[in-house]
Design a protein around this ligand. Structure first.
Ligand code: ADP
Length: 794
């Protein structure tokens, strides 16, 4: 900047200096020309005068007669209007002839011009005296003198002319105009002969001490110089010229101010221009500096803000990236790089569109290209696959970026990993769908009821089908519209569900057809969004109730007929024994009375009859026992199974280490609920059978054990007897079912049937496992506590 200014100003100064020199030389050319004009003009006039004086001189030599001479003088000077008077003086200074008669005889020897002529008689030109007031005319005038050289070559006097003072002034006529403000004619003594302007004032003055006389004329007869004026002290540019033949110097001057006016104007213009330029340059420089400072500050601020932005952006968990319109990544933050598992510098330069599944690319690009300055933002949720194939859901917020020329420079996108919430939303949507499907597309009749108001807030298709109203109609209905119970009853029942944990309610609902159906309403209270609902599914139990009622009636009928049958069996078996006993006693009496009269076969017949009766009795007793099971009126008590078994063995006459059979009870034995006499009979029958159906070659060994299973005790009675064929496992528990003939093993085939009935009345089961020839295991499952009933018997 400073250098520029220096160059500008130096070159400006050079131009100005050059201009000044040019201006001065232009002015000097003018003054020189004018000087030359004045000199020429003056030379011409003086030559005329000189010729006239020379002519008078010659004449005076040829015709010394003064009168004639005067006449010649008149004649000669007549053509020279500037000549006021012509006179001739002798060497002594006496005027010998004059056109002014009064001068004749006057002594001029003391006059300056005379003295000058006397001093230099061979002066080449005219002697021009300083203007002075003529003692003869009393007028200011000037005298030009030509010395007269006598015949002997000595000073012979003067021939002179007194001139009007305007003579010299007129020579200057027209010179002073415009910038040329001074013209002067002086003799070489420095006496001013004429000066413009103001010709009268300076006449007679001297410029001898002025710079022209002191500095210029000693060096040269003509020239131009600049110096303060001898008259007014003003600096001027002046040209001077000494006339060739006459001792006169002409000078024309112009004030340097005027001479340099153009230059000054130019310089001023140029300086002004320079100043303006400098000021502009300075202003521009300051502006530039300020702009530069602002730019630097802005740059620093931008850098700082970019740095803080970068830190901010880098610290974000969001995936921030900038990219060119073709998705070439230009900048990515740490989270973005981390997300794609690659260093940021490896991601930059790649096109992120390539990270997307191919089929999704056209859509995504079309979305990007749809952005414009009016609509530069876009939000969407898209799937992204990571390098390891993991699927992530990202919510992308994209902003199109525009440059200073409104040109699209690229995009910035901020992505947030919303996989978890996305999945949660999907899960919610799925749950809603699940609810919708399980509610609406459910074959069960479902209603959603507001328990406060009883309004039906939702109903499914099955409900619509059942009630005969479209779903939309049902949803505008009230539970009171379909429930025939009173409002109070409905409210009370619904409150019971909400407050007392009631699982279901029994109501009667009216269908659109007017038909009334029995329903069970299974309700569960729900609280969604601070509101309570009763989610109810309605079961039409009208048919079930009818069936139940029928079943109940049938059961009652069955029970009654069973009771009758049992009563009949009891009475029959009881009453049947009486005649049997009569048959037995009379047959026995008959046998005893006939005594020896009876032959062998008669005795055998009687024996058959008695044994038949006994068997009949045993059968009837068995029936009686069977019919008595469960009718004994005895209560259930907690029984120690060990003592029950001990009683059973004792009734059978079996000791633990009896010779006939060994019975081993494996502890521990449980305590369980049961009717004592019946359980004793149960085990008595089973142990008795184990002894009875022994293997012919082995002493019976019976092992009794008990183990808990679920809610039951499983009691096993295992023997090493003859075993049972698998075909008979079920059959043997039937009434009168026997696998052996009476003569093989005594028995009625009722024992196991009674066992099954006892077990059944105790809520248990009985079954057998056996292998023929190896032994049998009778299993009894009895509930561990009273009231518990196990699964049905095998
Ligand atoms: P009964 O013993 O009076 O014949 P049960 O009802 O007690 O009648 O027995 C029915 C049949 O079951 C028996 O006839 C017998 O064949 C068979 N049985 C019962 N217990 C056993 C056993 N422990 N071993 C082999 N067979 C048996």
């Amino acid at each position: 900047m400073a250098a520029v200014l220096l160059v500008v100003w130096v070159s400006g100064s050079l131009v100005a200096w050059r201009d000044r020199v040019d201006s001065l030389s232009d002015s000097s050319r003018l003054t020189e020309a004018l000087t030359r004009v004045v000199a020429e003009r003056l030379s011409g006039a003086l030559r005329g005068l000189d010729l006239m004086l020379k002519d008078v001189d010659l004449h005076s030599r040829e015709h010394p007669d003064p009168i004639e001479l005067v006449s010649v003088m008149h004649h000669r000077s007549a053509g020279l209007p500037e000549v006021r008077n012509v006179f001739v003086a002798g060497a002594d200074g006496r005027v010998v002839a004059s056109t002014l008669a009064s001068m004749i005889g006057q002594d001029l020897s003391r006059r300056v011009y005379f003295e000058a002529a006397a001093k230099a008689p061979f002066h080449s030109g005219l002697i021009i005296a300083a203007p002075a007031v003529s003692p003869f005319t009393g007028k200011m005038g000037q005298v030009v003198v030509r010395p007269i050289i006598g015949p002997l070559g000595t000073f012979g006097g003067i021939v002179a002319a007194a001139l009007n003072p305007e003579f010299f002034s007129e020579a200057l006529g027209g010179v002073v105009s415009g910038d040329v403000d001074r013209a002067v004619i002086a003799n070489l003594d420095g006496d001013v002969l004429a000066r413009l302007p103001d010709p009268g004032r300076h006449m007679g003055g001297s410029i001898k001490s002025g710079p022209m006389f002191t500095e210029q004329l000693p060096k040269s007869r003509a020239g131009t110089f600049i110096a303060p004026s001898a008259f007014d002290g003003q600096e001027r540019l002046a040209s001077f010229q000494v006339l060739d033949r006459h001792p006169i110097v002409v000078s024309v001057g112009i004030t340097t101010q005027a001479a340099l006016r153009r230059w000054a104007v130019n310089t001023m213009i140029m300086g002004g221009t320079g100043l303006v330029f400098t000021a502009l340059l300075l202003a521009a420089f300051i502006q530039l500096q300020r702009h530069e400072r602002n730019r630097r500050e802005a740059e620093a601020a931008l850098k700082a803000s970019e740095e803080s932005y970068r830190i901010l952006v880098d610290d974000q968990d969001d995936l921030i990236h900038r990219y060119a319109p073709d998705t070439t990544l230009l900048a990515v933050n740490r989270a973005y790089a981390r997300f794609y598992g690659q260093p940021a510098d490896q991601l930059i330069g790649r096109r992120w569109i390539e990270f997307m599944p191919e089929e999704e690319r056209p859509f995504v690009l079309s979305c990007l290209h749809a952005l414009n300055q009016l609509q530069p933002y876009r939000e969407d949720r898209r799937r992204v696959f990571l390098a390891d194939g993991q699927e992530r859901w990202i919510e992308w917020r994209t902003t199109a970026l525009y440059g200073a020329l409104d040109n699209l420079t690229g995009y910035q996108t901020v992505g947030r990993d919303v996989t978890d919430s996305h999945r949660a939303q999907i899960a919610i949507a799925e749950r809603e769908e699940l609810y919708s499907q399980s509610f609406h597309r459910n074959p069960a009749i479902k209603l959603l009821v507001d328990p406060r108001t009883g309004a039906i807030t939702d109903a499914n298709d099955s409900a619509a089908l059942f009630y005969g109203y479209p779903v939309e109609v049902l949803k505008r209905m009230h539970i009171h519209d379909i429930n025939v119970a009173s409002d109070e009853d409905i409210a009370r029942e619904m409150a019971a569900v909400e407050n007392d944990g009631r699982k279901f309610l029994r109501f009667r609902h009216r269908l659109s057809s007017g038909e009334i159906r029995d329903v069970e309403v299974y309700s569960s209270p729900l609280h969604v969004g601070g509101r309570a609902y009763l989610s109810s599914f309605v079961v039409d139990v009208s048919d079930r109730n009818r069936f139940e009622a029928e079943l109940q009636a049938k059961t009652a009928e069955l029970a009654r007929s069973n009771a009758e049958l049992e009563q009949f069996a009891y009475v029959a078996s009881h009453d049947l024994r009486q005649p049997l006993r009569m048959v037995t006693s009379y047959v026995t009496l008959l046998e005893r009375r006939l005594g020896d009269a009876l032959d062998e076969s008669s005795r055998e017949f009687i024996g058959f009859a008695v044994s038949g009766v006994r068997r009949m009795d045993a059968l009837i007793k068995g029936l009686l026992d069977y019919s008595r099971v469960g009718r004994g009126g005895e209560d259930f008590t907690q029984l120690d199974l060990g003592s029950v078994l001990a009683d059973a063995c004792a009734n059978l006459g079996l000791g633990e280490t009896g010779d006939e059979a060994s019975v081993v009870v494996e502890p521990p034995m449980p305590v369980l609920p049961g009717v004592p006499s019946e359980l004793i009979r149960l085990f008595q029958n089973l142990i008795g059978n184990a002894v009875k159906y022994r293997h012919p070659e082995r002493k019976p060994e019976i092992r009794i054990s008990a183990r808990p299973e679920g809610t039951e005790w499983i009691i096993t009675i295992a023997d090493n007897g003859m075993g049972i064929g698998a075909n008979y496992f079920d059959r043997i528990f039937g009434m009168f079912q026997r696998l052996h003939a009476e003569n093989e093993f005594e028995g009625t085939g009722i024992g196991l049937a009674i066992c099954r009935k006892i077990v059944a009345t105790h809520g248990g089961r009985i079954w057998v496992e056996s292998e023929e020839g190896q032994g049998s295991r009778f299993m009894v499952a009895l509930p561990q506590s009273h009231g518990h009933t196990g699964p049905a018997a095998h």
